[in-house]
Design a binder for this molecule. Structure first.
Ligand SMILES: C[S@@+](CC[C@H](N)C(=O)[O-])C[C@H]1O[C@@H](n2cnc3c(N)ncnc32)[C@H](O)[C@@H]1O
Length: 224
């Protein structure tokens, strides 16, 4: 059977999964990502996990359609609860809010192992997620994807127990994205600058102090 074609957002996340990985996709919904990873031979097996029965049923149906029932386990569970049973090497959490992703990681001891890779794609609150990761997790790499006119950031990390400091711009854009300055970086930076300028204008209108925001804007502009 033909493999699934992923959109650019999930493709960018898939690019961080290691060859031969046992991959767990948390919040899998349709299970497109594990189906793609196993069908293409990147992952040796997969766990497609969702908190709701509806998405898990959809995942089960798709896994069956691709005849991968013996390679992909579909389960209903909250976050990483009970994941140790499957011993995943690479854990993907895509398409959720950054704070929920941080809560899911925080609730699990399994991920506190430098051999377990985390691949995270938050839809919101990227600064909050990076701030959470700054206490104990090393960012190995990051990338940016554009799909349907929207930009998405993907973080690849593992636990090392060390604490790191980030500037506001680094929390927003990612140290690795800043270092690499890939093809979508300028677009991401310009969006962040426009957002910061809008926040400053709004605060000013309300008569509030904008000094801190102006310092943050200057840092962003310095990256141009
Ligand atoms: C917007 S979909 C994202 C689907 C897919 N990961 C993607 O990026 O295209 C979010 C999925 O996460 C699931 N979800 C939300 N909270 C969860 C949790 N605590 N544990 C596991 N799954 C969760 C939802 O049921 C939903 O299917």
């Amino acid at each position: 059977m033909k493999n699934i074609t992923l959109g650019k957002r999930l493709c960018a996340a898939a690019s961080f999964v290691r060859d031969g990985a046992v991959v767990a996709d948390i919040g899998t919904d349709h299970a497109y990502l594990p189906i793609y990873l196993v069908s293409s031979g990147i992952a040796s097996r997969a766990i497609a996990s969702d908190i709701k029965e509806g998405p898990a049923a959809c995942a089960r149906e798709n896994v069956h359609k691709f005849m991968l029932d013996n390679k992909i386990d579909v389960r209903v569970a909250n976050g990483l609860c009970g994941i140790e049973k499957y011993k995943p090497t690479d854990i993907v959490i895509c398409g959720m809010g950054g704070e929920l992703i941080a809560d899911i990681i925080d609730a699990s001891d399994y991920v506190k192992d430098e051999n377990v890779r985390l691949i995270l794609q938050p839809m919101t609150s990227i600064k909050e997620l990076r701030s959470y990761l700054s206490d104990g997790f090393l960012t190995i790499d990051e990338n940016i994807a554009e799909e349907d006119g929207k930009l998405y950031q993907i973080i690849c990390a593992h636990y090392d127990g060390k604490k790191r400091s980030f500037t506001e711009a680094e929390l927003e854009l990612g140290k690795e994205n800043i270092r690499k300055r890939g093809e979508l970086f300028e677009k991401l930076l310009n969006l962040a600058i426009a957002k910061k300028q809008k926040a400053i204008d709004g605060q000013r209108l309300g008569g509030r102090n904008v000094r801190e925001l102006e310092v943050e804007l200057k840092e962003l502009e310095g990256l141009r």
